[in-house]
Every structure is written in C-alpha cells, then in structure tokens.
Write a protein that binds this ligand. Structure first.
Ligand SMILES: [Zn+2]
Length: 173
C-alpha cells in the first residue's frame, strides 16, 4: 500500500520511502519546510523600496557603512577560503559550497544592492510572519546569487524567485 504525503492536507502518494510527495519533497529541500513557497520579487519589492527610502533619509547613519564593511569582510573570508581550496588545502564541502556562493554574490552584485535586498527580506519576514513556516528562515545565498544578477539588472522587475532556506538544516543533510 502506498503511503500518503504527510504535508498538510496533501493527498498525493509519498515518493519512494520518504514522508512527502514529489512537490512537497522539493519544497522541503529548497526551503526547509514542505509547505513553504518561494518569495518572488514583486512581493519583496515594496519592502526594498522602503529600505531605500529609509537609507536615503538617514544617509548619515553609520549602520549602512557598518553593514557594507561587514559584508565585504565576509566576502574576503570566502575569497581566501576558495583560493586556499584551489591551492589544494583541505576543505569541507558544505563550507566550500557556502563560500563559493557568497563569493559569486560578492563578484556579481553591488554591496549596496545586497544590503537593500537582505534588509528588504527581513522587513518582509518581520511584517508577514505568517508567510513563513519557521522563525529560522534566512535567504539562501545560492539561490539569490544564481538569480540576483538578472533581477538587479532589470531593476527588480523580473519575476525571479529567491528562496528562503533553513541554512542549518540544509548544512546537516
Ligand atoms: Zn504532498
């Protein structure tokens, strides 16, 4: 007898030996929860606009340059890690994947855009708490970096999907 998917009221059969059907299994892998859906640009865009307005009206606030310095020093750590890896140093594959994703992001997207986007996501999460299945969702760097270039080039008009992933869970898989 086929088992039923355990996500919400889903009546689809569970895939293989797993707990979820194909769709919910994919959502769990991508977002850390079977019922979580991706955040699309039109949804986060108004929050990014609010962040931009806030930065503009508080330009002298040290927070913005502190965040920029913080992000750039993180990117430097990733740059060093990846360089050492290419020189044959031992590495952990989950760490390596995370550092490579941060580095791709740092190389392709302006610091200012990254800060505005992340603050926009956090504002969205803060105000739309029920939109998220867990309190621990954070933007997935891999997914953002894969699609951010395209999204930012079109001034966020593209319907790109940035996913929210429970990083700790993903790293443990
Ligand atoms: Zn299902």
């Amino acid at each position: 007898m086929t088992k039923q998917c355990m996500a919400g009221a889903c009546e689809a059969p569970a895939a293989g030996m797993g707990r979820f059907c194909e769709n919910h299994k994919r959502a769990f892998r991508r977002h850390g929860h079977p019922l979580q859906t991706g955040v699309k640009v039109p949804e986060v865009k108004p929050y990014i606009k609010r962040v931009q307005a806030r930065i503009k009206s508080n330009a002298a606030n040290p927070t913005w340059s502190l965040l920029a310095a913080r992000w750039e020093s993180m990117a430097d750590i990733s740059r060093t890690y990846v360089a050492q890896m290419h020189n044959g140093a031992a590495f952990n594959r989950y760490e390596a994947r995370a550092h490579q994703a941060s580095l791709n992001l740092a190389n392709n997207v302006a610091t200012k855009d990254i800060i505005e986007m992340v603050l926009g996501f956090y504002l969205l999460r803060e105000e739309q708490g029920r939109r998220f299945q867990s309190a621990y969702f954070t933007p997935s760097w891999t997914r953002i970096s894969r699609q951010a270039g395209q999204a930012f080039h079109t001034k966020l008009d593209t319907d790109f999907t940035a996913s929210w992933t429970a990083i700790s869970r993903q790293a443990g898989q």
